[in-house]
Design a protein around this ligand. Sequence first.
Ligand code: GLA
Length: 443
Amino acid sequence: MSGENPSRSSSGEALAEPRIETTPSPSRSSSGEALAEPRIETTPSSSRSSSGEALAEPRIETLLDDADRAFRDVLDATPDGAWFAPGRLNLVGEHTDYNGGFVLPLALERGAVACVRRRDDDLVRVHSTDLGSTVQVRLGDVGPDAGLDWAAYVAGVGWAAVQRGLPVPGIDLTVSSNVPAGAGLSSSAALSCVTARAWADLAGWDLPDVEIAALGRDAENHVAGAPTGVMDQLASVCGRKGHALEIDTRSVEITWLPFDPASAGLALLVIDSRTPHALVDGAYAERRESCRRAAAALGVEELRDVPVDGLEQRLAGLPDLLRRRARHVVTDSDRVEQAAALLTSGADPRELGPLLDASHASMRDDFEITVPTVDTIQRAAVAAGAYGARMTGGGFGGCVIALVDAAAVDRVTAAVTDAAARAGHPTPVAFVAEPGDGARRLR
Ligand code: GLA
């Protein structure tokens, strides 16, 4: 897997690392398993599916047990502690974060649990219980193009810390996650941020949360080669229970806004289309490049600098494709500001609905990042009574979020499942999300 990068230690001694071993996972796989029946998975607080089926996804305690057991069985060692970092769900503001615009994510209660031990040497040993894969590499061999596969999200954090001149000890780490990969819920940020939080605590780096997030992002951008913006890692590190985060991605200023759908009799239903995307694919980078070209053609530093007032006139001189790309970014960033104003004023969260629908239409028609599976689900959710629905995350698959009456969760889930079946799409999996806390030490 890592074949083209024969690694050497700084002394020139030949090493077998980076070494990636993949074995059948001793535990469950967190995604990809075949689902015969529609399944509703809820967070523990809202507990059960219509059929009374218990939570199918492992709880944090189970993830901790898995990571802890693997530490002893696979790494043959005892961890110094355990950490958690959540995946994120973006309410609105998609592909605005690399244009200096606004985003409105929240941290999920799902995430990655890592057991970690500080080492006395420069070795990084990591094991994923979900993938059944173990990777071992010397810190000096970590960097762009190191061929580390998934372990780039872990070892890359050490590389990012070295770039900042921080003292970086080696670590042993095992990780177990219940964020489905490629679903637009930032399983990768959960991994890079749980690593950054743990490494900082063990090495004694005294960094503010935004810097912890930046370590995770640098690992993703430079070592894993995923050209993400700033949103995912900030949400994973800085999330707060009961709150969404309005982030000005230019100043990286965060405003925590109360968002508690349950107290308004609502549920934020997350419907995984089970059409995974991959951010390292070219389409994400292509959208970034289109935005850069549109900004250059408009004579602004970033699309953030284009006011929404009189937008059509401002964009009129652009070629059609760039005009639509820019229109999506400017209007979606504006929808974040509208949504934030609603939450700030304490308005009924149902009023967010039309903004979600408009965001989806903009992603579908102007930014062209939706796919038939998610369009079918979005339409079916709205037809079944959702106040609003949109795809969330980077796009080209992944999840749809729908704001629904708490009592309508089963009905909307059944409707989207039925619509997906009729269209010949994979059976979706749904769960109810509640805003949770950001990255933290568990023990
Ligand atoms: C991915 C990236 C984020 C952001 C979203 C789209 O999740 O990691 O930085 O660009 O796509 O909003």
